[in-house]
Design a protein around this ligand. Structure first.
Ligand code: G4P
Length: 546
């Protein structure tokens, strides 16, 4: 009897890896990340109308910020994943929250991408949040493409913006196109890759693709068409093509050089050339560091890691979704995989493809894809899953909390829901929860990176668990896990402006009112250890960001 011969996977796998692009858009709030996301979906054909406020209610799927609180405040808090096909390429766009209080969520998401698009407001250039997010990309050497947005409004001189990118971020900026006219006079782009001019026309409410007309350059009638913009454009092109820096793919892939594109996401000017260039320039999934060395995406054994947990993405499906980034091999529905943290095999039932709030069951997925796994408490952020020999991927970054507050339930009859909600939100990484050692579980203290996270906790406890709560802010600014000889610890009289608490596992945590106070205590009690959570070997294999 002959054994069944397995079909070789490697060709299929290599082809599927080569056609994947997984990226995130990073920006300071208001630079236009949401608008650009919508327009990329419009141009890819994933949605047919975009941008206009009145269209949004019919197109919920295209909206990436979907929680009630986000809608009420007009900010983007949670990250979502959007997958779509364009010109034979499977694009995974991982949306990131723009608000700085949720930067930790963004940092985790950036661990799951192969490249990033940095959106700048042409009038503002590099803003504080841009810098922070860029720092994470740099840490991982993520290649970055830059989209300078809002060219339809008066902005800064394009050369100044390039210089600012170079000076502030230390990255060579190489323009791929150049704006023609500015503000209300913005007509189109000069394509620096091919000598041609792209003219765009606005559409009603900017909802549909902007018609684009391409003209060769130089062209006899162009001076007439461009009017006043013609002279400056000629001079600028001479400058750019003469002394301009050349694009170097290796430096781009190493995160040292950024191709720069100009445009206006709102009016759709320049979105299409940007999307096409993105597909061409952005790298497919690459190898990833693990405890067992580099894992190439074409490795036939499946592996992946969980970078995000999100509960109740859709009120109709009251469950939790773990976002799994596939690193290598082919993922199949119902396959058995090894769960490194639990040290056991589990079945991959009900994997989903995600599109914002919408989801559909999938049969297979490949490296670069983000698969939504319905999570019955099996996964936490940082978990590694694999089908070969056990391994674990690099840790997911974690921020030390800086905001603290006492959470009070307004409805004492709902203790069970209150505790359940608290535990689930903590597992999602929304915040950490501490307790007073004397009144365990009575009066939880929330610890978060940003204050807005408290509002999210309160709002989600109410809408998802039916419990009204109030958060009372505390004045502490940092927390340390303190350990040492139990007798010595018991005898300590801690100074004012500190608070002794315990975490869910009963380990002692001290809150401090200032850095100086922490330094004083460390000096006063040299035999004790003052550690960040990750230094304690916390269960979710996190590493601190300095
Ligand atoms: P974000 O996700 O980065 O926070 O920014 P978002 O896309 O929400 O854009 C912030 C504001 O900037 C929005 O205006 C949006 O319409 C506007 N905007 C985005 N791209 C462009 C552009 O290319 N040109 C111009 N002129 N404006 C742009 P808003 O008034 O705050 O919101 P909305 O009422 O338009 O939704």
């Amino acid at each position: 009897m002959s054994l069944p011969i397995e079909k070789p996977l490697s060709d299929d796998l290599s082809r599927e890896v080569a056609r994947r692009r997984t990226f995130a858009i990073i920006s300071h709030p208001d630079a236009g990340k949401t608008t650009l996301t919508e327009k990329l979906l419009l141009y890819s054909g994933a949605v047919h109308l975009a941008g206009a406020v009145q269209a949004r209610s019919h197109q919920r799927a295209a909206k990436s910020d979907w929680m009630e609180l986000e809608q009420a405040r007009g900010i983007s808090i949670t990250s979502t994943a959007l997958q779509f096909d364009y010109q034979g390429v499977r694009v995974n766009l991982l949306d990131t929250p723009g608000h700085q209080d949720f930067s930790e969520d963004t940092y985790r998401t950036l661990m799951a991408v192969d490249s990033a698009v940095m959106v700048l407001d042409s009038a503002k250039g590099i803003e504080p949040q841009t810098k922070k997010l860029f720092a994470v990309c740099r840490k991982r050497n993520i290649p970055i493409m830059t989209f300078i947005n809002k060219m339809d409004q008066p902005g800064r001189y394009p050369f100044d913006l390039l210089e600012e990118i170079e000076q502030t971020l230390g990255m060579t900026a190489v323009p791929f196109n150049w704006p023609i006219g500015e503000g209300a006079g913005f007509q189109g782009l000069y394509d620096l890759q091919e000598p041609q001019v792209l003219f765009f026309q606005r559409t009603l409410h900017n909802q549909r693709r902007a018609p684009m007309r391409v003209e060769t350059f130089p062209h006899p009638s162009l001076a007439e068409t461009l009017g006043e913009a013609y002279g400056p454009l000629q001079e600028e092109i001479a400058l750019l093509t003469g002394a301009g820096t050349k694009f170097d793919r290796d430096r781009f892939l190493a995160g040292q050089l950024t191709p720069v594109f100009f445009g206006s996401a709102l009016t759709n000017f320049g979105v299409e050339p940007f999307l096409n260039a993105f597909l061409h320039l952005a790298p497919p999934p690459g190898p990833r560091r693990s405890s067992e060395g580099l894992v190439p995406p074409t490795e036939s054994k499946f592996s992946g890691f969980v970078f995000k947990i999100q509960a109740n993405m859709d009120p109709q499906h009251r469950d939790r979704m773990a976002f799994l980034r596939i690193v290598s091999g082919r993922f199949e529905k119902d396959m058995m995989v090894y769960h490194a943290r639990l040290d056991r095999k589990i079945r991959m039932t009900r994997p989903h493809r995600l599109f914002g709030r919408d989801r559909e069951t999938i049969e297979e997925a490949y490296p670069g894809d983000v698969v939504g796994l319905v999570n019955p408490g099996l996964f936490i952020i940082g978990d590694t899953l694999c089908s070969g020999s056990p391994l674990s991927f690099d840790a997911i970054p974690q921020f030390p909390p800086e905001c603290f507050g006492v959470l009070r339930s307004q409805d004492l009859t709902k203790q069970k829901q209150f505790q359940k909600g608290l535990q689930q939100l903590e597992e999602e990484g929304v915040m950490q929860v501490f307790y007073s050692p004397d009144h365990v579980r009575r009066e939880p203290v929330l610890a978060a990176v940003g204050e807005l996270q408290f509002d999210v906790v309160a709002s989600r406890l109410e809408s998802e668990y039916g419990v009204k709560t109030l958060v009372e802010r505390m004045s502490f600014v940092l927390a340390r896990w303190v350990s040492g000889d139990p007798d010595a610890l018991a005898g300590i009289y801690w100074p004012q402006d500190t608070r002794r608490l315990v975490d869910r596992e009963g380990r002692m945590v001290m809150l401090f009112g200032s850095e100086r106070l922490l330094a004083y205590c460390m000096k006063e009690y040299p035999a004790l250890k003052f550690q960040l959570r990750e230094e304690m070997g916390a269960s979710n294999s996190a590493s601190p960001i300095s």
